[in-house]
Design a binder for this molecule. Sequence first.
Ligand code: 13P
Length: 283
Amino acid sequence: MKTRNFKEELLYAREHKYAVGAFNIFNYLSARAVIRAASALDLPVILQTSVTTVKKFGPNELGTMLRQLAWNAPVNVIIHLDHCTNVEIAKACIDSGWDSIMFDGSRLPLNENIAGCREVVSYAHRRGIMVEGELGKIGGVEDDIVVDAADATGADLDEAVYFARESGIDAFAPAIGTAHGVYKGTPHIDYKLVEELSKAIDTPLVVHGGTGLSDETFQRLISLGAAKINVSTAIKHAYIDSCQEYMAKNPDKLDPIDFDQFMNCSIKDTAMRHMSVFTANKI
Ligand code: 13P
């Protein structure tokens, strides 16, 4: 089912005081479980793929599988490429059925980040595909992008406004103090930057590093204008932990459908829990 596009869905969410959950999936089972979660709550959802997942399946095979799942879903399912630093891979995914692409030029100097975004935007927009950009350095590990805590850098307000305007992006992920992976302490989130950016630009804001943030943190960020929240590590945990739990509980059972169903429930519950928090104050 397709209703709103990526940007329309985020603008609608912001206007109605909720955020769209964006979950990193890595195979058919995880994609289907996240769609089941969204369908149970009757909410739109973003399925994100890492570049590693794209390379593993190939854009054509992965795109075909995800498009088919999205097509059959009773809710709007948007297929998004997460943290892509390579313009050619971004273009291959655009050509293979993705709805939106994150071009991650955050390691580049500002003008090169803008130029990279513009190149992807120009290719994408001609085909009706949307683009997310990042500024500042989000800490932690996501796919093959590793940023040590000491190197994580928050985005600067003036630069961020300039970047959002000049790059032509449809959604903006500024580094605000959240991090990918499991938090070792309480993150220091720059709420003021989120608030000021929301006032200064129209581009919907994206929060990375959703795993481990408190419900209060999510809701405060949403109240300040966050419209898309990324969750990856929690989905990986749901998959691997439930796999280990099933094997421990059923060492002699040879029933792959039952095994899949157990992992499906774990991922579905995890996605539903996050989506319920993201929409708790929906109007
Ligand atoms: P987590 O792995 O911390 O949930 O972050 C996900 C993310 O931001 C993907 O881009």
